[in-house]
Design a protein around this ligand. Structure first.
Ligand code: SF4
Length: 340
């Protein structure tokens, strides 16, 4: 289903500029953006996957990962086709990199309009909608309409994103977006240019903006790819920068496994995970988590002041959850997050 795009600037001779993400694609009639899902049709820019979820699942919120956001809650998780990055290690590449679809068909995936999604949450008592699996910025209009309607019914919204959206997109969505996990994929411009087809600086700028200037709860994830982004120097620089933005931002350092086009690298080993974990702690980040491997100690949440264990996790499952959410029961320290 098509929907006219929201963030557009007209250019000459029927061309338009899409203002949704930092690519700012200029598109002549008939052209499609880098994401594969915004298209100039006869001088008007459309999102061509509106209301069509290729994947719909109820996941634990911990799986996004968001560890300081309504623990144990279920999230109705949706994704479509398309992405504005080209990462060769993508774990959802069948959705994100698909370009060969026929958008003239009535429905590409499941018919899942904003009304259908919100009705499902209300009927099944699901408190969160997560826009995830592929980059939600590229199906912005669908997420915006759904998030707005969801808020009218008391349902929260979260993005799982590469952080490459435009400032206009953040500002338009911010009143309806409650949480976000942003991938900080590496800390060099070369990695972003060569591996992702993107740029590091807008991602850093957006992380700082969201953390410091909006009410959106933010957590960060870095997938550690052996030999590509896991040197001690790079991890230290990344951790120190994150701490300079906000020491309360949780940082998830997660293990890579070979996927899509990247099969020439081994799985992330325990030394690399420990290096990142320690870099985060030494930089002063209060909440650092290891992910994609069983590591109950470093998947759990502790009071940053007295060390009291507050949430025990195994993989994405919460085994124990402290009752006085938001405050350490032993020393009274405030624990940052969205707890109810
Ligand atoms: S969402 Fe980004 S990649 Fe897609 S058309 Fe708009 S600016 Fe280009």
């Amino acid at each position: 289903m098509r929907k006219e795009a929201y963030l557009v600037r007209p250019l000459s001779k029927g061309a338009v500029q899409c203002r949704t993400c930092e690519h700012f694609c200029a598109l002549k009639p008939g052209e499609t953006g880098i994401c594969g899902v915004h298209r100039n049709i006869g001088g008007t820019l459309y999102l061509v996957v509106y209301g069509e979820a290729i994947a719909v699942h109820v996941d634990p919120i911990e799986k996004k990962p968001l560890f300081h956001f309504l623990p144990r809650a279920g999230a109705l998780s949706i994704g479509t086709y398309g992405c504005n990055f080209r990462c060769p290690f993508c774990q959802n590449w069948q959705m994100s990199q698909e370009r060969d679809f026929d958008d003239t068909r009535a429905y590409l995936g499941q018919r899942a309009t904003p009304e259908v999604l919100v009705d499902t949450c209300l009927r099944e008592h699901i408190p969160i909608i997560a826009y995830t699996y592929n980059e939600p910025t590229v199906f912005f209009e669908y997420t915006y309409d759904t998030a707005k309607l969801a808020h009218e019914h008391g349902i929260k919204n979260v993005y799982v994103s590469n952080g490459f959206m435009s400032r206009e997109a953040i500002d338009m969505l911010a009143p309806y977006l409650d949480g976000i996990n942003v991938d900080l994929k590496a800390f060099t411009p070369e990695f972003y240019r060569e591996q992702c087809g993107g740029r590091l600086e807008p991602v850093k700028r957006n992380i700082a903006y969201i953390a410091q200037e909006t009410d959106i709860w933010i957590e960060i994830t870095t997938l550690l790819i052996p030999g590509l982004n896991d040197s001690a120097a790079e991890l230290r620089a990344m951790a120190e920068w994150l701490a300079s933005v906000d020491r309360d931002m949780p940082w998830h350092v997660t293990a890579f496994h070979p996927d899509y086009k990247m099969h020439d690298r081994p799985r992330t080993g325990p030394r690399s995970l420990s290096r990142a974990y320690e870099a985060g702690k030494e930089a002063g980040l209060r909440y650092v988590y290891v992910g994609n491997v069983p590591d109950a100690d470093r998947e759990s949440t502790y009071c940053p002041e007295c060390g009291q264990r507050l949430i025990s996790r195994q993989w994405y499952y919460v085994e124990e959850l402290w009752r006085e959410r938001g405050v350490c029961p032993r020393c009274g320290t405030a624990i940052a997050g969205v707890w109810e």
